[in-house]
Design a protein around this ligand. Structure first.
Ligand SMILES: Cc1cc2nc3c(=O)[nH]c(=O)nc-3n(C[C@H](O)[C@H](O)[C@H](O)COP(=O)(O)OP(=O)(O)OC[C@H]3O[C@@H](n4cnc5c(N)ncnc54)[C@H](O)[C@@H]3O)c2cc1C
Length: 348
């Protein structure tokens, strides 16, 4: 029988997480077929091992060695489907495809919509988990359905976008106890560009590139250029992007805060809520640029925690918890950690 998944025992996870923290897992399994994924899950069950799913590792904080089987879905493939009745272009991407490369591939085929989400690290399979978003666009706008292996019912399922529970940096997949292992995402993209340029310097970047009538691919390039300039490259400075979500508050509570702190950025959000800029709250508690050993808050981005080299996941988490307590004490606002915190209870 050919091996259906690759298995590495006592696996080193340091290069598999963008924080670059040192950690090991009892085992690491990689599978590039649906059968292989199921076989790896069965193997974990036969060994009594918990399973942790890992994509590109750019939105996790590993706190200690994992007494688990870490499973990396490596399914590849981009499939162009027949146009939907709504006239939108349908394309299915397998979970192991690199997100940024996939965005580039859609634009090369004249399918528009994902350009503002350029250069977000990670894989297609993780994109629905926190409904990735950037530069005024959230993934949910372009998802038709998610295909996943349901670990409870032990079968592959198709979940329509309306049933994915998408909201700001959130989806049902974040709350279903790892029930769904995503194997592919089907997108509904547009044949005609509807550019969103009024966000965080995109228009200015296009102007500086001398582009007066941008095409989606120009927006993709502009967003990539801004991100490369502004965000720390995990290959050089370990990080997981924004470490905290922007808090959502009832509008009246946000207004009271704004009256007390006129500089606080407050944006209208869905369901009568207001969104506060977490970075502003952290900066105004004095944390920007703070460093404790190798665990630190980025010099330019109060929202980004970084690893200067040898910080452990535990040290980064401890720093995050101090920031949370401080923001709570000063502003009465609870900050929620954005990356998934991975840890083994027995080893704590
Ligand atoms: C420099 C930098 C900038 C970033 N900028 C942004 C940004 O602008 N917007 C944004 O939204 N995010 C951003 N992120 C966060 C991150 O890139 C995204 O969340 C991305 O989707 C994570 O993909 P990944 O493959 O690395 O997931 P991982 O970190 O490997 O996993 C993240 C979560 O998804 C789960 N998961 C992964 N694959 C699957 C699967 N196939 N099935 C089920 N569960 C799965 C994991 O168990 C984990 O809970 C940034 C990160 C970095 C380092």
């Amino acid at each position: 029988m050919t091996q259906r998944f690759e298995l590495i025992r006592d696996a080193d996870l340091q290069r598999l997480n963008s924080f670059g923290v040192a950690a090991r897992a009892r085992a690491l399994a990689r599978a590039d077929t649906r059968d292989g994924l199921v076989a790896a899950l069965d193997f974990a069950a036969s060994q009594g091992l918990r399973v942790e799913v890992l994509g590109g590792g750019s939105n996790v904080l590993i706190v200690n060695d994992l007494d688990a089987l870490v499973l990396q879905p490596q399914l590849r493939g981009i499939e162009w489907l027949r146009q939907g009745a709504d006239g939108r272009i349908r394309v299915r991407a397998a979970a192991g495809e690199n997100w940024h490369a996939f965005v580039g591939a859609t634009l090369a085929q004249g399918a528009c919509g994902l350009e503002n989400l350029a250069l977000i690290p990670g894989n297609v399979g993780a994109a629905p988990i926190q409904n990735i978003g950037a530069y005024g666009v959230e993934l949910e706008r372009f998802v038709a359905a998610v295909e996943a292996y349901d670990r409870v019912e032990r079968r592959f399922v198709r979940i329509e976008a309306a049933d994915c529970g998408f909201s700001y940096r959130d989806s049902r997949f974040k709350h279903d106890g790892e029930r769904h292992l995503i194997v592919a995402v089907e997108f509904a993209l547009s044949a005609s560009p509807q550019l969103l340029l009024d966000y965080a310097g995109v228009r200015e970047e296009l102007r500086s590139l001398g582009i007066a009538n941008p095409a989606p691919v120009d927006v993709y390039r502009a967003v990539s250029a801004i991100r490369q300039r502004k965000l720390p490259d995990p290959a050089r400075l370990g990080n997981a992007g924004s470490f905290f979500k922007n808090p959502l508050l009832p509008a009246d509570q946000a207004l009271r805060l704004k009256i007390g702190h006129p500089g606080l950025p407050v944006y209208p959000a869905a369901a009568g809520l207001s969104k506060l800029a977490a970075g502003w709250l952290i900066e105004h508690c004095g944390w920007k640029g703070y460093r404790d050993g190798d665990a630190a808050v980025h010099q330019q981005h109060a929202l980004v925690l970084v690893n200067h080299g040898h910080a452990s996941g535990r040290q980064i988490l401890a720093l995050a918890q101090r920031i949370q307590a401080d923001v709570q004490a000063r502003f009465g606002v609870e900050l929620e950690i954005e990356p998934r915190v991975l840890r083994s209870p027995v080893l704590q």
